[in-house]
Design a binder for this molecule. Structure first.
Ligand SMILES: [Zn+2]
Length: 165
């Protein structure tokens, strides 16, 4: 291990005795032979580790623990209260089509239905009209040929045609 790595380990893990036995032994061996790293270790001990080691242990007052407990319970309570609205939101998001899209599709379906039903009698009407026209033409063709030809050329002649048109 080089000095850089040793110094890195001294700063991070060695001071907290987090290094493994083998690594600790390596660091100690290096420190015995390297004055520079020994000085660095001493500086770290004095400025970083020792002030905390010498500091007295402070027990937090009871009210601090109570405040933490209350905050946790309040958070839990809120989460439980939020549950129904979360379910509603999930159902809306996953199961229901949103309202404008639903309204539009309903309107389109209704319009198509109206169009379909309004078209249906027209077709029937046209069919009836066409049938009657054919029948009247056939009946008029059975009349006197000269008279029939003349009448057909000039106008709608037969009484049925006059009635219909
Ligand atoms: Zn060194």
């Amino acid at each position: 291990m080089n000095c850089k790595k040793i110094k890195e380990l001294i700063q991070l893990d060695y001071m907290d005795t987090e290094t493994s036995a083998a690594v600790t032994e390596q660091i100690r061996g290096h420190l015995r032979s390297c004055a520079d790293c020994r000085a660095f270790e001493h500086m770290i001990k004095e400025t970083v580790s020792e002030p905390f080691r010498r500091a007295p242990l402070v027990e937090p007052p009871e009210r601090v623990w109570c405040a933490i407990k209350e905050a946790i319970e309040l958070e839990h309570h809120r989460a439980v209260e939020m549950f129904p609205s979360r379910v509603v939101r999930w159902v809306k998001a996953h199961l229901l089509i949103n309202t404008p899209a639903f309204a539009l599709s309903t309107a389109v379906t209704f319009a198509l239905m109206v169009l379909f039903y309004s078209q249906l009698p027209f077709h029937k009407q046209h069919a009836v009209k066409d049938y009657l026209r054919e029948q009247s033409q056939f009946l008029s063709s059975l009349q006197d040929p000269v008279n029939g030809d003349f009448e057909r050329e000039t106008s709608v002649g037969t009484p049925i045609e006059r009635f219909l048109f």
